[in-house]
Design a protein around this ligand. Structure first.
Ligand SMILES: Cc1cc2nc3c(=O)[nH]c(=O)nc-3n(C[C@H](O)[C@H](O)[C@H](O)COP(=O)(O)O)c2cc1C
Length: 200
């Protein structure tokens, strides 16, 4: 299959079929779990997002993280940031199955979540503590996971004067699946549910 079989082309555009669709933005979700001996593990997932008001989802291959989530039914999610781009990429390159102390090797530290049996990575400034409420296992040992957020917390340094999270201060990065690079999240360019009012 080349991904273009039985597909009609859209005139006047380059057509790519079904393979490697570019979806943007893809977040750099950093999933933290405990191994069977309570050593922390962190992996990067870009195939995921928010799927309900207080739920998030991601698609996992057969990783150490996947085993950990199946066992503990718990994880935390943080977001890769510009200042920790290399450490975050490392968590997507190396498996806890081969390098059990990968978190320590990256120079990161953790604090146990007070709400779920999973670690909070201290270096990441925004963290969602989640209970795994759906684990849809596939034949390859992977799973589609839905997590319910039971608490989320932010470092004071990324809050604005109103006490809200300021992504301009957090400086998260996204995965660009077309160029296989990380990109910075940019400036504010308009107001949601407001800028379009000029067409009303
Ligand atoms: C940019 C990037 C995005 C990734 N996205 C995913 C993903 O969405 N799902 C997945 O299963 N693996 C993804 N990975 C691969 C895992 O992060 C990688 O296999 C990691 O080593 C697993 O770690 P673990 O075995 O310690 O859990 C991604 C890696 C990178 C670099």
């Amino acid at each position: 299959m080349n991904g273009k079989e039985n597909v009609k082309e859209v005139a006047g555009r380059r057509n790519f079929g079904a393979q490697h669709p570019v979806m943007t933005p893809q977040p750099c979700i950093m999933i933290a779990t405990y191994n069977e001996d309570q050593v922390p593990d962190v992996m990067m997932a870009a195939w995921g997002g928010q799927c309900d008001y207080n739920k998030i989802t991601f698609e996992l291959g057969a990783h150490k993280t996947t085993e950990n989530i199946k066992r503990k039914k718990a994880f935390t999610v943080s977001f890769a940031t510009e200042d920790y781009m290399a450490e975050s990429d490392y968590f997507g390159l190396v498996s806890g199955n081969k390098v059990p102390d990968k978190v320590k090797r990256a120079g990161f530290t953790v604090t146990p979540s007070p709400n779920v049996d999973a670690p909070i990575v201290n270096e990441y400034k925004l963290t969602l503590e989640c209970r795994a409420v759906e684990i849809d296992e596939n034949a390859d040992g992977g799973a589609r996971v839905v997590g319910e957020v039971v608490n989320w917390s932010a470092d004071e340094s990324i809050l604005n004067a109103d006490g809200k999270v300021d992504l301009g201060k957090l400086r998260p990065i996204i995965f660009d699946s077309s160029a296989l690079i990380y990109r910075a999240v940019g400036d504010s360019v308009g107001q949601a549910w407001h800028s379009g009012k000029k067409f009303q």
